[in-house]
Design a protein around this ligand. Structure first.
Ligand code: BGC
Length: 449
């Protein structure tokens, strides 16, 4: 069996997000977020689930950190719930909310786990949404203010920061496809929001630098790989457009100070006009210390006039899928990392999310999630191929520590290394947890063992 070994410097971790695990939705002065509203809108979330209790990590974070310690991780990525800090988005800080994150970070540090903090993982204060949400440029100012307060408060305690998680989901999935909060179906609105998110990201980076905050800052776009069906120019171009929607649209502005011209034309042909103001590019186009990449899936695609947004038809070739219906496509992970490296000057990369949905349950106190282990083996092997090909990988964080509130899928879809019984909130470590622990201890693994 081949042994896949990683360089000693690679940091290992797990990732979570506030609304998906914390619960305590109405405690200690937390304000409502767009996800509280969305999950109360009939038909939006499977089984009518919501994040009111979730994994109750707000109260059980010490138990969760103990499991992280036993897992042997170096880094824990979590997100701060903006409405816990500013219940109405701006104004007075809610001290109780702040205390929670101080306790969390102190506990992590006491266990030699480095915190990596995402400022925005989708729980926008509802009050800001009522004023137009991310379509309103005031929200950019509110975000910059919130970011500044967090930088000042946690300077030196949190040393790795991510401004925004998955801008594609916040803009297009939530405001054009309509699957996530607030659930709009408007391409112009979604495109405007994508631009505002980039400005908000840039405003936070500006604050970080001007305040001289210790540590590093990046942001975390998600991507999908599209493999052209053939080497016909039209297939290759269609796949490139599909990928650019995730990659170049959200990265060229940061690294190059412009949008990819070929996508601008596509959007304009669909009647979209870009809402760019003076000074935006200066904010957006600034050096960041790393990008966080979230990778789950890829597909084969080909040109088909009128298909989807970019004349791109995904072909379902019956590749194996995880329990959420996403193709298992580890070779796309390798290719995407190489693409990013060649396009963006060997930028340091943290894999801020990668993982699989499998819904295995508890049997005699164990969870035999062998498919998750296989998925991790395949993707970590792709990661090693990328490292050996010169990709500047700094760390890998799997999604997720715990089964949790999987957005529109509610509690129906499980991504955790640890099983949660959502009735009793009992935690059970899965086989994949033990596999990952061993992998971290040996800094590698034998394929298939
Ligand atoms: C998100 C997570 C989510 C995961 C699985 C990512 O899009 O950042 O919050 O749970 O994928 O769907």
């Amino acid at each position: 069996m081949a042994f896949i070994e990683f360089p000693k410097e690679i940091k290992w971790g797990v990732a979570t997000a506030s609304y998906q695990i914390e619960g305590a939705a109405f405690e200690d002065g937390r304000g409502a977020s767009i996800w509280d509203t969305f999950s109360r809108t009939p038909g939006k979330i499977k089984n009518g689930d919501n994040g009111d209790i979730a994994c109750d990590s707000y109260h059980r974070y010490e138990e969760d950190i103990q499991m992280m310690k036993e897992l042997g991780i170096d880094i824990y990525r979590f997100s701060i719930s903006w409405p816990r800090i500013f219940p109405t988005g701006t104004g007075e800080v809610n001290q109780a909310g702040l205390n929670y994150y101080h306790n969390l970070v102190d506990c992590l540090r006491a266990n030699q786990i480095e915190p990596m903090c995402t400022l925005y993982h989708w729980d926008l204060p509802q009050v800001l949404q009522d004023q137009g949400g991310w379509a309103n440029r005031e929200t950019i100012e509110a975000f910059a203010h919130y970011a500044e307060q967090m930088f000042r408060e946690f300077n030196g305690k949190i040393t790795k920061w991510i401004t925004i998680n998955e801008p594609w989901c916040i803009s297009f999935l939530s405001n054009f496809i309509g699957e996530h909060a607030p659930g709009n179906h408007d391409l112009q609105l979604a495109t405007t929001i994508s631009h505002h998110l980039l400005v908000a990201h840039g405003r936070a980076v500006t604050k970080f630098r001007s305040l001289g905050i210790k540590g590093i800052i990046g942001y975390a776009p998600n991507l999908e790989w599209f493999e052209p069906f053939s080497n016909k120019k039209e297939d290759i171009e269609a796949c490139n457009r599909g990928m650019a929607w995730f990659i170049e649209w959200f990265m060229d502005p940061v690294f190059k100070g412009s949008y990819p011209e070929f996508l601008v034309e596509w959007f304009e042909n669909k009647g979209v006009s870009l809402q760019i103001e003076d000074g935006d590019w200066d904010q957006i186009n600034q050096t960041i210390d790393f990008i966080g990449i979230n990778y789950y899936t890829g597909s084969v695609g080909r040109y088909k006039q009128g298909a989807e947004l970019f004349d791109l038809e995904k072909i379902d070739i019956h590749y194996e899928k995880t329990d959420i219906g996403w193709n298992i496509y580890p070779q796309g992970f390798y290719k995407a990392l190489k693409k990013l490296t060649s396009q963006y000057n060997r930028i340091p990369i943290y894999i801020t999310e990668n993982g699989a949905c499998y819904n295995d349950g508890v049997l005699h106190g164990r969870v035999h999630d062998i498919n998750r282990i296989k998925y991790l083996e395949q993707h970590l092997t792709s990661l090693k191929r990328a490292i050996d090909s010169g990709v500047n990988i700094k760390g890998y964080l799997t999604w997720s520590l715990l089964d949790n509130f999987e957005w529109a899928e509610g509690y129906d879809k499980r991504f955790g290394l640890v099983h949660i019984d959502f009735q009793t909130l009992r935690r059970t470590k899965k086989d994949s947890y033990f596999w990952y622990e061993k992998m971290i201890r040996h800094n590698g693994f034998h394929i298939g063992q």
